[in-house]
Write a protein that binds this ligand. Structure first.
Ligand code: PLP
Length: 387
């Protein structure tokens, strides 16, 4: 039998992570210590209250049915969290929608809003799932470059009117992956005005909303006047609550937009395991305490890494939040070659910036996923690099 993938499968280029892992294994096998700063997978354990709730709920025989649109308790916990954190009022029934991790929501959302050939405004660089969703829906990404001279925020004024008029979705991510720029009220106000002018639904991905180092929390897009009229915010419990494997996230905002997505999702899945929703509700109810501990640790990691990179003579983008450091290394070598060289010579694993888009060329993304001691060790190992 001849097995033929659909033409859509060509959208997915082979991920580099397997090759990075193989190179790291080789270095380790040669007896050299390896520090892996590639994947943005949280290394802190989930809070004990959250794990307890999951285990108690899982023990109940009544916990194993389909949850369809989800349990009320979770949606209410999301609404309460938004009210406490951002003073945003949400109707738990119509303005909150669960997704099976934000990846699921992000990849499916363009199907709900785009027809074949429609334009989606996406940043370059950007988290790779956006592009996958856009292309699977048959839509076409229009790149908004994130440039140092614009504080790594997209320049909406640079988008030609004829492109904006055809756009069916605008995707943003602040603090971002891979570029940890922070949202400002002025920028979000501009986004709302732009979305209104051109009638474009906005999706803001706030996956790293609890990662900040200065005391000033990144603002929610929905706290911007008029934002609920034009858009949605997606957030995940993966990063802020170390629940990546539990696959639970949510989209909040415009009820009409969420109704469209809910209709799509009712044809795709039958809801998240109820104990996971219960445990996630416990996490959200205790968000302040849980995320304070996270910030305490990540602020130290961020400082240690930034100081170390400075010592190495690398130019790291200053940032006040996010889970990643976005850095320019002092060499003209292309970022893919450079990353493999860093593994071979120094045993430090980073991600080349260009896998997130052409504007990422010459940069590396460094995830703050190791303890400060290991970050210091990584800096010392990077001193072995020849340029
Ligand atoms: C910006 C951003 N959004 C969404 C996700 C997906 O997270 P999850 O599907 O675990 O919610 C990630 C994961 O790395 C991410 O970096």
């Amino acid at each position: 039998m001849k097995i033929q993938p659909s033409s859509k499968m060509s959208i997915f280029t082979p991920a580099i992570f397997g090759d990075l892992k193989a190179a790291a294994e080789k270095k380790k096998a040669a007896g050299h210590p390896v520090v892996d700063l590639s994947l943005g997978s949280p290394d802190l354990p989930p809070d004990v209250k959250v794990r307890q709730a999951l285990s108690e709920q899982s023990a109940l025989a009544s916990s194993y049915g389909y949850t369809l649109g989800g349990i009320k308790r979770f949606n209410e916990a999301v609404a309460n969290y938004y009210k406490r954190r951002s003073n945003v009022v949400l109707d738990p029934e119509t303005e909150v929608l669960q997704t099976m991790g934000s990846q699921e929501g992000l990849v499916h959302l363009p199907f709900a809003f785009c027809d074949e050939g429609d334009i989606v405004l996406n940043t370059n660089p950007a988290y790779v799932a956006y592009d996958a969703g856009i292309k699977l829906a048959g839509a076409v990404p229009y790149d908004m470059p994130l440039l140092a001279e614009n504080g790594f925020l997209p320049d909406l004024d640079a988008i030609p009117a004829e492109i904006a008029e055809k756009a069916k979705l605008l995707i943003l991510n602040l603090p971002g992956n891979p570029v940890p720029a922070m949202p400002t009220p002025e920028f979000f106000e501009k986004v709302v005005a732009f979305a209104r002018k051109y009638n474009i639904p906005v999706l803001h991905d706030a996956a790293y909303s609890e990662y900040y180092f200065t005391g000033d929390a990144p603002i929610s897009f929905l706290s911007t006047p008029g934002a609920k009229e034009v858009g949605m915010e997606i957030n995940s419990l993966s990063k802020s609550f170390s629940l990546a494997g539990a696959r639970i996230a949510y989209i909040v905002g415009n009820a009409e937009m969420l109704a469209i997505l809910r209709k799509l999702k009712s044809n795709l899945d039958y809801g998240i395991f109820a104990p996971i929703q219960e445990a996630a509700a416990v996490a959200l109810d205790n968000a302040e305490e849980i995320t304070d501990r996270l910030r305490e640790e990540f602020s130290v990691r961020h400082r240690v890494l930034m100081e170390g990179l400075d010592e190495l003579g690398w130019s790291a983008t200053p940032s006040q939040g996010g889970m990643f450091v976005w850095a320019k290394y002092p060499s003209d070598m292309n970022d893919i070659d450079f990353v493999f060289k860093a593994i071979e010579e120094a045993g430090v694993v980073m991600v080349p910036g260009s896998i997130f888009g052409s504007a990422g060329a010459g940069y590396v993304r460094i995830a703050l996923v190791q303890k400060p001691e290991l970050l210091k060790q990584a800096i010392n190992q990077l001193k072995e690099l020849t340029y």
